[in-house]
Design a protein around this ligand. Structure first.
Ligand code: DER
Length: 226
């Protein structure tokens, strides 16, 4: 992964688009965490925003930062969502997300937002997607979904927890299969195929959602628009 300095630069660049009165989607992960902390500082200096967190973790971070929160079901619009990614296809802006197992609510927020800006470091960039795809599944469907993923040419692995015995359980009470498909030449059709599998709650391929990607480098920020 990238350095904290690269992540911080990307995050601060994205925060510059946040204006008074906005409803801001707050992503999950270590890169977006820099944006959440910066927004907290700005709120302390008078910035008037409401944050819509994409996970329990993002909500905790936003509360610590002092950002007024709104829940997804009580807002009618999200002006800007700021979120990270595990991989960014520089060819078409398709993303792999879900490293933090938060991609179900992230996709709702990121897709609903008028603008979705990704914050990343150079280690996330690739010509085409090749990262394993996190697939959130109903617990009862882990075996049937695994079989369907294998039929699609993927290699499904149940995501084990680090500090808990057994598998990772998402904020929604589901399990995650990390599915390696190797190089993904057509992310859109794989996304469609994964969504069609009964028992799949959400997968981590984000096609056609990212509007801008901020890439923090050692001495600046590259901005890629899609
Ligand atoms: O889980 C997610 O989708 C996160 O955005 C993640 O993919 C990026 O996390 P990072 O900024 O810690 O690399």
């Amino acid at each position: 992964g990238g350095t904290d300095e690269q992540k911080r630069r990307a995050a601060l660049a994205a925060v510059e688009s946040v204006e008074d009165g906005m409803v801001v989607g707050l992503g999950t992960g270590s890169t977006t965490a820099f944006a959440i902390r910066k927004l907290g500082d700005l709120v302390g200096s008078g910035l008037d925003i409401r944050g819509v967190p994409t996970s329990f973790a993002a909500r905790e971070l936003a509360r610590e930062a002092g950002i007024p929160l709104a829940s997804l079901d009580e807002i009618s619009a999200i002006d800007l969502a700021i979120d990270g990614a595990d991989q960014v296809a520089t060819s078409d802006g398709a993303l792999v997300k879900g490293g933090g197992a938060a991609h179900a609510r992230e996709k709702i927020v990121d897709a609903f937002a008028d603008e979705f800006h990704v914050v990343a470091d150079p280690s996330k960039l690739a010509e085409t997607l090749s990262h394993s795809i996190p697939v959130e599944v109903l617990p009862t469907a882990r075996t049937t979904v695994s079989a369907a993923v294998s039929d699609l040419g993927g290699d499904p692995v149940l995501r084990r927890a680090e500090r808990k015995d057994g598998p990772v359980v998402t904020d929604n009470g589901n399990l995650v299969l990390d599915c390696d498909f190797g190089e993904i030449s057509d992310s859109e059709s794989l996304a469609t195929a994964l969504s069609a599998i009964p028992g799949v709650v959400e997968h981590g391929i984000f096609v056609g959602l990212a509007d801008v990607v901020y890439v923090g480098t050692a001495d600046g920020v590259d901005v890629v628009e899609f």
